[in-house]
Design a protein around this ligand. Structure first.
Ligand code: ARG
Length: 457
């Protein structure tokens, strides 16, 4: 059934129908479309715009359609332009005259704006719970690895010793911000466009507060032109999704490096790895690579919608139909990545011995050796130079600072005493860093407590 045949004298060209139709993708929110229609007719009846008997018939009919779609007893077909026409056509076919009254005081412009908001709101909840699931997994890893020493890097060169808990904690912060971004978006978008009509409201005495309340919104939107033309919340969501994808991608990049034959810091579980068709020895980190790779399409969706929206005069224009496929794809992609990533790290083996040996071998305690001198009265710039000489000496002999004899230390600076070994041990280097935010156990435990309290909120 067409919703608009009256003023036309010719059939629509088939290619035009195909090009214009959105049913192949907007069927994704049939559930929300029906939910919105039920709230709309309840409001119409309350306002005396629709008879109670008609409302009852429509609500019953819509609920049956939803049930049949869920069970697979009703199939959505391509001859309909969009999900809105489909539902109205089936309803009218099933309940007759009353079905034709469903669209009273409504346009597809406010209808589609509503459906997309309802769908997005539900998806934000799902995304939030996936991010929270990941946060819980990261927190577990942190608690288990408060004294798993590893090198911290800058420029991908070993810099100073840290712990695995501290490294994972950096990602905890990123995903925690992602979670709060999703929360903010939901709060800001949660106003109901229903009742805005095509662009200028309607002449019916609609109760927009009532339908907004029925649908769990904080209230109705306040400008009908903006209501049908606003896609800001989708741009915000795509931006938040791009940031989540970027964070996942960074972590995946590290896991790929840590999983190399050279690093061997981690081993990805067999259940999350793949093999090669020709090289029997290979076990590849395909999942981490794919998550890294999928970041591109999520960024693409953001840039695509920004570009689509930039030249659209008020109010509704068909260009905006383009918001759907790319938003759906970005949401599904990020949901998949979050689930796979969480599974991958929760089954991954961290080789604590290899990490610790790596921290020991890369002069990550050089700053602490310099600090030792400073604590004994040497100016920092001089201390920096002295430790530089120590490092050069060690490189020549192929040893670590810890392996030097006290005589060798004192030959370079007489300030060194027996307690230098204690001062530059990995444990001391990490545990002395106990200001909030640093890797020392004491500081990390305080941070973990804060995270735990926040997670249950
Ligand atoms: N499929 C359309 C969309 O996604 C629904 C709104 C159609 N409105 C219109 N005036 N043609 O935007």
């Amino acid at each position: 059934m067409k919703l608009w045949g009256g003023r036309f004298t010719k059939e629509t060209n088939q290619l035009v129908h195909n090009f214009n139709a959105s049913i192949s993708f907007d069927q994704k929110f049939y559930h929300q479309d029906i939910e919105g229609s039920i709230a709309h007719v309840k409001m119409l009846a309350k306002q005396g715009i629709l008879k109670e008997a008609d409302k009852d018939k429509i609500v019953k009919g819509l609920m049956e359609i939803r049930q049949d779609l869920e069970r697979g007893d009703l199939v959505i077909t391509a001859e309909h332009e969009d999900i809105h026409s489909f539902v109205e056509a089936v309803l009218t076919e099933r309940i007759g005259e009353a079905g034709k009254r469903l669209h009273t005081g409504r346009s597809r412009n406010d209808q589609v704006a509503l459906d997309m908001k309802l769908y997005t709101r539900d998806e934000i909840d799902e995304l939030s719970s996936l991010v929270k699931g990941l946060l819980k997994e990261l927190l577990k890893l942190m608690e288990e690895n408060l004294d798993t020493y590893m090198p911290g890097f800058t420029h991908l060169q070993k810099a100073q010793p840290i712990t695995l808990a501290h490294h994972v904690g950096a990602y905890y912060e990123m995903f925690d911000r992602d979670c709060s971004r999703l929360f903010d978006i939901k709060k800001r978008m949660n106003y109901c466009p229903l009742g805005s009509g095509a662009l200028a409201g309607t002449t019916y005495p609609l109760d927009r507060e009532y339908s907004a309340g029925l649908l769990g919104f904080d209230g109705p939107t306040l400008n009908s032109m903006d209501s049908v033309a606003d896609r800001d919340y989708l741009i915000e969501l795509l931006s938040a999704l791009s940031t989540i994808a970027m964070h996942l991608s960074r972590f995946c990049e590290e896991i790929i490096i840590w999983n190399t034959n050279e690093y061997r810091f981690v081993e990805i579980d067999d259940s999350y790895s793949t093999g090669s068709s020709i090289m029997p020895q290979k076990k590849n980190p395909d999942i981490a690579e794919l998550i890294r790779g999928k970041t591109g399409r999520v960024y693409g969706a953001l840039v695509s919608l920004l570009t689509t929206m930039k030249g659209i005069p008020l109010a509704y224009n068909k260009d905006m139909q383009e918001d759907k496929e790319l938003t759906f794809d970005a949401i599904d992609t990020v949901k998949g990545c979050l689930a796979l990533f969480t599974g991958m790290i929760s089954t991954m083996t961290f080789r604590k011995d290899v990490m610790e040996a790596s921290a020991k071998n890369g002069f990550t305690n050089a700053t602490d050796a310099a600090d030792y001198l400073v604590n004994h009265g040497v100016a920092f710039r001089d201390a920096h130079g002295i430790v530089g000489q120590l490092v050069l000496f060690c490189i020549g002999k192929g040893i670590a600072l810890d392996d030097m004899s006290l005589e060798e230390f004192q030959a370079i600076s007489p300030v060194f005493k027996e307690d230098i070994y204690e001062a530059i041990s990995l444990k001391t280097c990490v545990e002395k860093r106990m200001t909030i935010g640093a890797p020392g156990q004491e500081a990390m435990r305080r941070v973990i407590e804060i995270y735990k309290r926040k997670l249950v909120e």
